[in-house]
Design a protein around this ligand. Structure first.
Ligand SMILES: *Cc1c(COP(=O)(O)O)cnc(C)c1O
Length: 574
């Protein structure tokens, strides 16, 4: 007990920014993340530690992970549990708190992990866990599976995160100056704060005034990540009553979270003085979805050191010492001789091609132009767009392109799973004409191999569904150029023929669902034919210039060090 308090005493001395996220990719072995949101949260904490920011992170322990992906011969996804052992990496704290769920007091405990930086910065992370002896079996499972189960399960998880998280911080002795909600999953924390700060007034002429909304707004920051209305978490008020009981007088709750159902995004928006989207375009889209709210933009980034491969790290250390904690030094990328940049790239490429050949036996080679495409398999990402017109693709590439795919579909995402099967069908149909593989088990480790080992990073989302996207920022850190639809971060990072190439038309529309598949595919084939293939095979000089620009322009800017400095100056200390 005393040693626990000793560990904590270092951290509770000073007021913290409490960063709440349903998933945080703290390390590849701990399966506490599913995709972009969790990896971003992990990068946020890694940069916060490097920059010595006074932060504490709160998330769920997710003991059984998201899932392990296996793929059958026809591309059918099979999901296996991804269990891991928290005690291998984290310390169980003696503190306990409770959240009332389904009419039962559910005990919540916490695992502590300290994110340490070489700079000496340390960020404590609190992983909430309901697998506590004495809890009903059903309640012990609440923190088992990320995004698993039905609405009821999800609401319980979000109650543990938001309500349980605030209570646990109090139990552990943390003082908090700002609460940062990373996406709507954490919004219930605002209700817990309202209840805590409820005004103690004996005779109130207006009952609404008891709930000090302005006071809570002053200490809350909300980041939205979802550019489509259907993507926001909403819960039926009957379910809310059953699961968490009456949190606030019903008319107050409806005023704050929506008349028809409890909309977690609306709740976050109404109780945060400062709200942001994760790219400039996403800010505009969010603004039009929620008129009347002031929404800022802080474009996402990635943690430079985490997302740079070994051979590039060696090169950056040699020519740009200090780059890891000061990515602005990428401005001097021109100091690196072309030949060395190319060789560092080829080292990463050989490693990836070897890995692909070992796992699949497909026989890819080091010298063929290689595209990578890896991200969540969900419909709007349009993974099969490359094969929209397979004959045209063959005509354009004629053996000069090989492609590596990866990505998991959410277990209930039927169209996403169908897309994986569709790529497998194309793979078979084109077997002797083009080398294509789909690697199972996309995770942070495989992601680094892919974003550093291919030549071009392909992204084909349906506009404007991609709030930001981050894997293209990872590729840029490794000198891998982007070839992408103008959506999310790429609108800001793209200079045609300089940092990479665009696919399709300019990003003008705010509302969506215009199907541009044909137009985008045509443009993709034309660019491949007229620019990408000729440059790759016939103009190494221009190609290495573009690799330099990916690093010097894109990685220079799209990193979480820049992102965190902006959160600090624009959101945390205002
Ligand atoms: C970076 C990353 C993502 C997010 O990629 P997007 O391009 O934003 O879709 C998803 N999953 C893993 C494992 C990642 O490393």
């Amino acid at each position: 007990m005393d040693s626990m308090n000793a560990i904590l005493s270092e951290f509770v001395k000073e007021q913290k920014i409490a960063y709440f996220s349903m998933e945080i990719g703290v390390m590849n072995e701990a399966k506490t993340y599913s995709g972009g949101l969790g990896v971003l949260a992990g990068d946020t904490i890694r940069s916060a530690a490097d920059l010595k920011l006074p932060m504490v992170a709160v998330t769920l322990i997710t003991k059984k992970g998201y899932f392990t992906q296996e793929l059958e011969d026809d591309g059918t996804q099979v999901e296996k549990p991804a269990e891991w052992e928290p005690s291998d990496y984290m310390t169980l704290m003696p503190a306990r708190t409770h959240v009332n769920l389904d009419g039962r007091d559910v005990a919540v405990q916490a695992w502590l992990y300290i994110q340490e930086s070489l700079t000496g910065g340390r960020v404590p992370m609190v992983f909430l866990d309901t697998d506590v002896e004495g809890n009903e079996p059903e309640d012990r499972e609440i923190t088992f599976r990320l995004y698993g189960g039905d609405d009821r399960y999800r609401l319980k998880q979000e109650a543990v995160l938001g309500i349980g998280g605030v209570r646990m911080l109090r139990e552990l002795g943390f003082e908090v100056k700002k609460y940062h909600m990373n996406e709507g999953h954490a919004s219930l924390l605002t209700i817990e704060l309202l209840r805590e700060y409820k005004r103690d007034i004996e005779e109130v002429w207006d009952e609404d005034l008891v709930w000090d909304v302005e006071r809570i707004k002053n200490i809350c920051v909300f980041t939205t990540h979802t550019p489509v209305a259907a993507g926001h978490d909403k819960f039926d008020y009957r379910l809310v009553d059953e699961v968490v009981g009456e949190l606030l007088p019903p008319h107050i709750l409806r005023k704050l979270a929506g008349e028809d159902n409890l909309n977690m995004t609306l709740l976050g928006l109404n109780l945060s003085e400062w709200v942001n989207g994760v790219a400039k375009k996403h800010m505009e889209v969010s603004q039009s979805m929620f008129p009347g709210y002031e929404i800022s933009a802080i474009t996402n980034g990635v943690h430079s050191y985490t997302w740079t491969c070994k051979s590039m790290k060696r090169l950056f250390d040699k020519y740009l010492p200090g780059w890891a904690n000061e990515p602005e030094l990428f401005v001097r990328i021109g100091r690196i001789p072309d030949a060395e940049l190319w060789e560092a790239h080829m080292e990463a490429k050989r490693k990836l091609i070897d890995l692909v050949n070992e796992r699949t036996g497909v026989g890819m080679d080091y010298d063929t132009l290689t595209f990578g495409f890896a991200r969540r398999a969900t419909a709007y990402k349009r993974a099969p767009l490359l094969f929209y017109d397979a004959e045209r693709l063959m005509e354009v590439t004629g053996g000069k392109l090989q492609v590596i795919y990866a990505g998991k579909a959410h277990p209930r995402d039927i169209p996403g799973k169908e897309n994986i099967r569709l790529i497998f069908r194309r793979m078979r149909e084109l077997e002797n004409r083009m080398k294509i593989v789909y690697l199972p088990g996309y995770d942070m480790k495989l992601a680094l191999d892919l974003v550093s080992g291919v030549d071009v990073w392909l992204n084909t989302p349906q506009r404007p569904h991609e709030a930001s996207g981050t894997s293209g920022m990872k590729s840029a850190h490794n000198g891998v150029v982007n070839f992408s639809v103008l959506d999310g971060w790429w609108i800001e990072g793209h200079i045609e023929g300089y940092t990479g190439w665009s696919i399709g038309s300019a990003p003008t529309e705010v509302s969506l669902d215009e199907n541009a598949d044909e137009q985008d595919a045509k443009d993709l084939y034309n660019k491949l034919e007229e620019q990408i293939i000729p440059t790759y095979y016939d103009n190494r000089h221009i190609w290495t210039r573009m690799m330099q620009n990916a690093i010097g322009k894109n990685a220079y800017y799209f990193n979480t060090h820049r992102m965190m400095r902006r959160y600090v100056t624009e959101a945390y200390i205002r």
